[in-house]
Design a protein around this ligand. Structure first.
Ligand code: PLP
Length: 461
């Protein structure tokens, strides 16, 4: 549900790769900001995570496989929770959700944002307390709203006038007063390294601020008195590296908050500024720490509230990518290596756009490294591609790999925790890879590998 996501911008420069690509000399280096924190490379060049070598993992679980560094994931949860202090953090389940991850979130004290009945089902099955679940979506079905009410979720983020009416009817029938927020489209589109103010009213999410729909939505909820309006919500995009765009969004949404107070004498007690905090996919990305982000965001809200004479509302945020993205890498096995004369070398792995669609969908940039051995061979510019019948089936557009990369080698791609397994498909009837969690020398399957039998079971013709 990212309003917009742009990949890192770079220009192709022929066989030398894009200008930013790290120098060929450090082809064996692991840039710490790209990898889960327990990942090390031994003297033999073999990567290990959580105390387990990648050859072991590949032998036990097969490839491709998503490898979650559990200690790293939990540490990132805690860093967000500590950095953001009093604010409530709703981990965005769309980035990646499964029961084991929900249990980790619950244990680390985070709340959970879900945006479909399916994500809600996982959250409830894993025992997330319902009052720590928030429900999003621009087209929630009546059934999804009903299930959310019956479960007693903590909040529902309203996204259309029809939804206000549907939820009001359902709440009246049940004699309950669900807590809701109104999602405001503030006219800020946040890109990777820029934002364009007033440029993004044209989208399906939320109620337009400029057009007056947001205020009308608030007034309808207040007038009906059936739903408990807790506050306004704004989510401006994804893979955002600084707080400038949030500053514009906060100013606008708090302006509406003040207008509501002036007209109705009501100060809404909560404010959600969404998620979207960026992570490092390549050496070009330089993300802020949770504490830095939190300090900046708190200051922005405080200054705006002071200027408008508002009490500072209780803040909440919805980080997804920034928590799970860096905690996972995908381990592949190389199947073929093809040198296209004078241009580049194509290294084909045993997965591809079915386990990571982001490169094809968003022109996203990733990096990769030879994971299973050391090599002294000179670096060559490689493109890591998948096994699908699609020329856009690219996993890593540009990477220097050792010239002796060959079939049977293990290759690892970091930063694949968010929007990879959750957006995975069965294109070409390729079964989706498993997710394993590794911690203190123990690896366990948390999402099992799909099988051809699973796929055939759906085919009842
Ligand atoms: C409403 C909302 N909140 C939170 C997020 C999570 O964004 P990210 O994973 O970039 O933090 C999204 C992503 O699309 C979203 O649509």
């Amino acid at each position: 549900m990212r309003a917009h996501e742009a990949g890192a911008m770079h220009a192709e420069v022929g066989s030398r790769g894009p200008a930013w690509l790290r120098t060929p000399g450090d082809v064996n280096a692991l840039l710490p900001q790209l990898w889960p924190r327990s990942v090390t490379r031994g003297p033999d060049g073999v990567l290990a995570v959580g105390g387990r070598g990648v050859h072991d993992l590949a032998a036990e679980f097969g490839t491709p496989v998503y490898v979650l560094d559990e200690a790293d994931f939990r540490a990132r949860c805690r860093e967000f929770a500590e950095g953001f202090g009093e604010a409530e953090l709703f981990y965005a389940g769309k980035a990646f959700i499964c029961k084991a991850v929900v249990r980790m979130l619950a244990e680390e004290g985070l709340s959970l944002d879900v945006c479909s009945g399916g994500e809600l089902a996982v959250a409830l099955a894993a025992g997330m307390p319902p009052d720590r679940i928030g429900l999003h979506g621009n087209n929630k079905s009546v059934d999804e709203l009903r299930r959310a009410l019956d479960a007693g979720v903590g909040r529902i983020v309203l996204d259309s006038f029809q939804e206000i009416d549907r939820l009001t009817t359902l709440a009246r029938e049940r004699g309950v007063q669900p807590r809701v927020m109104v999602r405001v489209t503030v006219g800020v589109e946040a890109h990777t390294h820029e934002y364009i103010a007033t440029a993004h009213e044209d989208q399906k999410f939320g109620f337009s601020l400029a057009g007056g729909a947001a205020r009308a939505a608030v007034e309808r909820v207040l007038a009906d008195g059936v739903l408990e309006l807790r506050g306004l919500h704004s989510h401006i995009g994804s893979q955002i590296f600084d707080t400038d765009a949030f500053e514009v969004a906060a100013k606008r949404v708090l302006g509406l908050q003040a207008a509501i107070r002036d007209a109705h004498g009501t100060e809404l007690p909560e404010l959600d500024l969404g998620g979207g905090f960026g992570i490092a996919y390549t050496s070009q990305d330089d993300p802020r720490t949770p504490a830095e982000l939190a300090d900046g965001l708190r200051r922005i809200v405080k200054e705006d509230c002071d200027a408008l004479g508002l009490a500072v509302p209780r803040l909440s945020f919805e980080p997804g990518r920034a928590i799970v993205g860096p905690a996972v890498f995908t381990l592949y096995e190389v199947g073929t290596v093809k040198d296209v004369d004078g241009i580049r070398t194509y290294v084909s792995v045993d997965g591809g756009m079915s386990d990571n669609i982001r490169t094809a969908l968003y022109d996203a940039s990733y990096s990769a490294t030879l994971a299973g051995r050391a090599s002294e061979a000179p670096p060559i510019l490689a493109r890591v591609v998948g096994k699908h019948c699609e020329s856009g089936d690219v996993v890593v557009k540009d990477e220097f790999l050792p010239a002796d990369v060959q079939p049977g080698d293990l290759l690892a791609v970091p930063g694949t925790g968010a929007y990879c397994r959750s957006m995975a498909s069965n294109y070409n009837h390729v079964p989706r890879p498993p997710v394993i969690a590794v911690r203190d020398g123990v690896a366990r399957v948390i999402v099992r590998r799909e099988t051809e039998a699973d796929l055939l079971a759906l085919d009842v013709g």
